[in-house]
Write a protein of this length. Structure first.
Length: 331
């Protein structure tokens, strides 16, 4: 006979798993989800696809536990998880259709310029692209989290406003302030000048040069698209206005037949083709006297002068005065 000692053996009753609660809940939740299968969208009262997907995933996970669980606590935990997930199964509180359309459109616009980023005209700066990207991200956050329609509507307005700034680089308008100042200065001089042949008056030729120069500068001011053109116009106007000097004397200030100076341009000696010379005076374009000689010679040394435009005043023995312009050029 075989004897079995059971003094140290503990017998434990294994109860069957209670799947009723989880099974019933799964069925009820499935009915709720199925009832909204045709009510998916972005309008108020509809269910977003994201919410539907979360509910479906929760149902699948619970069904898997129901089919495979070996312990009661697994079933109980799955039931609690499913109930918690279904608290998120709520319809939209806001309408985001318009916001989503605006977001998609904005993203398409930005994506289309992904290969056109740079600092050249017609390209989009990195700062412009980054600003648009930040605006889109902000709108997406509102789309996914907003509980109030006013927030959604504000996001639509904000994104549209930001995308209105999504523009390519343009050529900067030139600054014409300095040119306008030069024009004003030139006009002040011509407006105050008197045309005539007397001392201190301005010859018609000198006045015409100044007026034409001012007109040219005004045309540049009104039409130039590049700063370099504006800057060049300033230099040109200043150069032309340097010639705007009054008559030095009014004494018989007329051409004398046969009187001429040569060579012109001149490097060293300037020759005067005239008889009975009493004196010669050389002045710069501002009227400053640089050389003043009482001489009867028919030449004058100008080698000490800087390159530029000068005037020579020739006084004859009969007190006639002739003024000629010449260019000192050392080559």
């Amino acid at each position: 006979d075989v004897k079995i000692n059971v003094d140290d053996v503990s017998l434990k009753q294994v109860l069957p798993l209670n799947k009723v609660y989880l099974e019933t809940t799964i069925s009820a939740v499935q009915n709720v989800v199925d009832a909204q299968s045709e009510n998916i969208g972005f309008e108020v009262g509809q269910y977003s696809q994201t919410v539907m997907d979360l509910a479906t995933d929760a149902l699948n996970a619970a069904q898997n536990v129901l089919d495979t669980a070996t312990r009661q606590n697994q079933l109980d935990e799955s039931l609690a998880t499913l109930e918690n997930e279904m608290t998120k199964f709520v319809p939209n509180l806001t309408s985001t259709t318009t916001l989503r359309t605006v977001i998609d459109s904005a993203q398409a616009v930005v994506d289309a310029q992904s290969g056109n980023i740079g600092d050249e005209e017609g390209q989009f700066s990195q700062a412009t692209v980054d600003a648009a990207g930040a605006a889109i991200s902000s709108a997406e956050n509102v789309r996914d989290t907003a509980s109030f329609q006013s927030s959604v509507d504000a996001a639509v307005t904000s994104l549209r406003s930001e995308m209105a700034k999504f523009l390519p680089n343009t050529r900067a308008e030139p600054d014409v302030t300095a040119l306008q100042n030069a024009i004003n200065d030139a006009k002040t001089k011509t407006d105050a000048a008197t045309v005539g042949n007397g001392a201190g008056e301005y010859s018609q030729e000198v006045m015409d040069i100044a007026v034409n120069a001012i007109t040219d500068a005004q045309n540049v001011r009104d039409t130039a698209t590049m700063q370099s053109v504006v800057d060049a116009a300033i230099l040109t106007l200043e150069a032309e206005m340097a010639k705007f000097v009054p008559n030095i004397t009014g004494i018989h200030n007329a051409n004398i037949a046969g009187l001429r100076i040569y060579p012109n341009p001149v490097s060293n000696s300037l020759y005067i083709n005239a008889a009975n010379i009493a004196a010669c005076k050389i002045m710069d374009t501002s009227g400053r006297v640089l050389l003043n000689e009482r001489t009867s010679a028919n030449s004058i040394d100008v080698s000490v002068l800087q390159d530029g435009i000068y005037f020579i005043q020739v006084v004859l023995e009969n007190h006639s005065v002739v003024i000629k312009k010449f260019l000192k050029w050392s080559q």
